[in-house]
Design a protein around this ligand. Structure first.
Ligand code: DON
Length: 568
């Protein structure tokens, strides 16, 4: 059969421009502009699948389901059926909701499962191999989303991804590099020889056909949730766990449920921020950061100046210290959400910010951690012609999760167990530390930083936003939000702008390659900050801005990946 390569067809053809060309008369860089609907994902083929569903009369939620399964095929690094995620929703009528389809610890998981007999963390155990996987939530999440908000038949939404898996697609340069970088780990973790372990590695333009994944998707297409959590697919997952001495059982799969939660809501300079509540730390942390930023005149301090970045860093280190202490799965621990996002708490917390020098992280709270590693997650944003909006962030955690592909089922399992705190004060792969609130317990959801977010202005849809990036997700959302609201950037300018990140510990400001001129770096150093230049970019934002006149601007992070905005 012939591989499909429908690269960026409809949307950009209709609109006749690429984002970097769309500098208008006012000299602003804009993303893809459209009058009715927009899909922004991290892969052109997934964006096309979403656009096709909208063009057939599906709503944003139908498109999200179709995009989710398409990403599992064309972006197996992070797109998934073996992972989980979160969705934030705003319907055309202004109804708000958030859906938690985060993975859970298996029933037989235990607090100290990654510690040796001396109580030390066994390196790599929560990241590579069968024991690293939480119980997947994605299929239950998509099923629940469709049950509540879908309009087209479920099967028709899974069908495009079955086609992509069966007929194949041509891999991008980035996709080939991502797979090649993980091959040794996949070989180590997987106990058979799946298609992905190709002799000599992958090159741009190679065709990828995934028959086993197609057969899993067919079961999901015909049986819905039960096509994954019961029957043959469940049997294959359990058999894989038995072979690799993992923990997930048939009961774990059968019991998994996605949960509707009240989104976390706050204000920022006259905008309503709607984001993901715990077990994500993202919404709480974003609101805390914005509350803090509101105390300063960020606009006149300027974008990426040393004064502004000093303030952002000081806010971030306090918020990440709170994250480590207070945040966890609300079904297991009391998370003081209302207190953390309150005006009074944040004013008091930030009163110690000194504009003439940094506060050392050690003075905020004790601890010491390693550097942050960058891996992979993915975010998609969709708005349909009626104004229904959805922001979904989904992940396997690391690239290709725990690197175990389920034999016979053709998909990777996550390594989300690493998002728990394996031991108080010991960092996870993002250098994040945690305490009791995020300790491992059977059926508990591990704390996340994923921050799918929708913003309203004047009771109307204003922005749909989100990104991958582990611990940098929250600060990337913080910066893109301020870029638009304070610095009056277009969505594309806000996405393109260089990013920095700090997270309390390590006590340093991380900057993207060539992010800041020497003068700004010197200014920050003069205030006492240590600067660490990162080799890699931070995040891959996929966002949509709704203009008051009704136009939509779709901004993919195309300078940092294969992201593609398509609209009509
Ligand atoms: O839930 C979390 O916060 C992490 N598992 C997200 C991982 C991630 O974003 C990796 N991507 N760059």
């Amino acid at each position: 059969m012939k591989p499909i390569l429908k690269l960026i067809t409809l949307g950009l053809f209709l609109l006749g421009c690429t984002p970097e060309e769309s500098t208008s008369a006012d000299d602003r860089i804009r993303g893809v502009m459209a009058d009715s609907a927009m899909v922004v994902t991290t892969h052109p083929l997934a964006s096309q699948v979403g656009l096709d569903i909208l063009a057939k009369g599906g709503n944003s939620f139908d498109a999200a389901v179709a995009v989710h399964f398409a990403l599992a095929v064309v972006f197996p690094e992070a797109g998934n059926v073996g992972g989980g995620g979160f969705a934030v929703i705003r319907t055309e009528k202004g109804e708000l909701a958030s859906l938690d389809f985060r993975e859970k610890a298996p029933l037989s998981a235990g607090r100290d499962m990654y510690l040796d007999s001396s109580g030390d963390v066994i390196s790599g155990m929560s990241r590579l191999g069968h024991l690293a996987s939480g119980v997947p939530g994605s299929v239950a999440g998509m099923w629940e989303l469709h049950q509540k908000y879908g309009s087209l038949p479920w099967e028709s939404l899974v069908e495009p991804s079955i086609k992509l898996a069966e007929e194949g697609f041509l891999i991008t340069d980035l996709g080939a590099n991502n797979i090649n970088g993980a091959l040794d780990f996949i070989a180590q973790a997987t106990q058979y020889s799946p298609w992905i372990l190709k002799e000599g590695g992958w090159s741009e333009g190679d065709s990828v056909i995934q028959e086993e994944l197609a057969s899993t998707l067919k079961k999901i297409g015909s049986k819905g949730r039960d096509g994954f959590y019961l029957g043959e697919t469940a049997d294959l997952i359990v058999a894989e766990m038995t072979r690799g001495k993992g923990l997930i059982t048939a009961t774990d799969l059968e019991k998994y449920e996605a949960i509707w939660r009240d989104p976390i809501i706050g204000e920022y300079r006259g905008h309503k921020i709607i984001s993901m509540p715990p077990p994500s730390s993202g919404g709480v942390a974003l609101l805390q950061l914005l509350k803090g930023a509101e105390q300063f005149d960020i606009k006149s301090l300027g974008h990426n100046t040393s004064k502004t970045l000093h303030i952002l860093t000081e806010l971030e280190r306090r918020v990440y210290a709170d994250r480590a202490t207070y945040l966890g799965d609300p079904d297991f621990v009391d998370v003081p959400v209302a207190m953390l996002v309150s005006e009074a708490y944040n004013r008091n917390r930030n009163a110690s910010i000194d504009l003439s020098q940094k506060t050392a992280s050690q003075d905020i709270k004790e601890g010491s951690v390693d550097v942050i590693e960058s891996t992979q997650t993915t975010h998609y944003s969709i708005v349909d012609s009626k104004g229904n909006a959805i922001a979904v962030t989904t992940t396997l955690n690391g690239y290709f999760g725990c690197k175990v592909m389920v034999e016979g089922a053709g998909f990777f399992l996550n390594n989300e167990m690493d998002d728990f705190s394996a031991k108080p004060g010991v960092p996870n792969m993002f250098g994040l530390i945690g305490n009791e609130a995020n300790a491992i317990a059977p059926e508990k959801r591990m704390l996340s930083s994923m921050t799918p977010t929708i913003i309203e202005k004047d009771q109307k849809l204003f922005m749909v936003n989100g990104t991958p990036g582990g611990s940098t997700i929250i600060t990337t959302l913080f910066q893109t939000t301020m870029n638009v609201i304070d610095h009056e950037m277009t969505m594309q300018e806000a996405v393109n702008a260089k990013r920095i990140h700090s997270q309390w510990l390590p006590d340093s400001i991380y900057i993207e390659p060539d992010a800041l001129p020497d003068s700004v770096v010197l200014g920050l150093e003069a205030l006492g900050h240590g600067i660490s230049s990162r080799q890699r970019n931070m995040g891959k934002v996929n966002a949509i801005l709704a203009y008051p006149e009704g136009q939509l601007e779709g901004a993919a992070d195309y300078t940092r990946g294969d992201g593609t905005a398509l609209g009509y």
